[in-house]
Design a binder for this molecule. Structure first.
Ligand code: ADP
Ligand code: ADP
Length: 245
């Protein structure tokens, strides 16, 4: 298993009152989820809004800490290792965000956006090779490498999501957590971005956790599907239990 979660839970305090900011309880956003992602495969994760998909995604890539449970990369528990080892494992799990209109800094050039992960993972691509790496990444996702100096507003939605994918791939991860990567895009370009992700998977041997609220998109790309409801996985599999008859 390249990525696994065991009994993962994440709760948020609920605060009421602007002045007192008292904690009046907790929202159990993710409530005991266990999932496993196999190498080179795509696990679809569906569920209605508020079911905990994005929270799970943020915990998986290390943006947030779980309240309970474990995240394992290549069978190793991320929480029990040294900071350096944890960072190296985290490098292997990168995120593609939902909305490329908000997830790309409008003041940064495309080259700087794609090179952003090098600042955190300094060993992924040695200095001296980064400029070329950025150009290769742009080419890999179907963009013109001569456009590195342009800014996000000069690109269409589909092209922006290609930039987001290039950034996610910059530090050579083996897993991409794709959080509704096409739902903010025009229907006409959704298929192109899905095709790109499929091609990249074949070419680079990537594993995907692919989040969507639309079962049709997931049905197309995923080998297996898990359905979340109120923080829990309520269905899992690749057959009629999930897709219906
Ligand atoms: P989904 O991605 O399936 O729409 P989310 O993970 O965004 O679900 O949300 C799950 C639940 O957790 C919701 O009830 C949401 O309101 C709550 N939630 C998510 N993020 C936060 C946060 N940062 N603070 C407080 N509550 C949150
Ligand atoms: P190199 O590894 O080629 O020496 P550096 O490590 O000095 O490059 O810098 C990499 C930075 O170069 C990245 O932060 C990125 O913003 C920027 N960059 C990438 N491609 C270009 C380009 N074609 N022109 C200008 N800057 C670029």
């Amino acid at each position: 298993m390249v990525l696994e979660v065991r009994d993962l839970a994440k709760s948020y305090p609920v605060r009421q009152g602007v002045v007192l900011k008292r904690t009046t309880g907790h929202v159990q956003a993710v409530d005991g989820v266990s999932l496993a992602l196999r190498r080179g495969r795509t696990l679809g994760l569906v569920g209605e809004s508020g079911s905990g998909k994005s929270t799970l995604a943020r915990v998986l890539v290390g943006i947030e800490k779980p309240t309970r449970g474990q995240v394992l990369v290549d069978g190793e528990d991320v929480s029990t290792m040294s900071r350096g080892a944890r960072r190296e494992l985290r490098r292997n799990v990168q995120m593609v965000f939902q909305d490329p209109y908000t997830s790309l800094n409008p003041r940064m050039s495309v080259g700087d956006i794609v090179a952003e992960p090098f600042r955190i993972h300094r060993d992924a691509v040695p200095r001296g090779g980064r400029r070329r790496a950025v150009a290769e990444l742009l080419e890999l996702v179907g963009l013109d490498p001569d456009h590195v100096h342009r800014y996000p507003h000069q690109f269409s939605g589909g092209q922006r999501q290609r930039i987001g994918i290039a950034r996610a791939l910059a530090v050579k991860p083996r897993v991409l957590v794709c959080d509704e990567p096409v739902s903010a895009l025009d229907v006409s370009v959704q298929g192109q971005v899905i095709n790109l992700l499929e091609d990249l998977q074949d070419e680079l041997g990537l594993s995907y956790l692919f989040i969507a609220h639309d079962l049709a998109v997931v049905q197309h790309i995923a080998d297996e599907v898990a359905v979340m409801y109120l923080g829990r996985v309520v269905e899992e599999g690749d057959g009629p239990a999930v897709y219906g008859d």
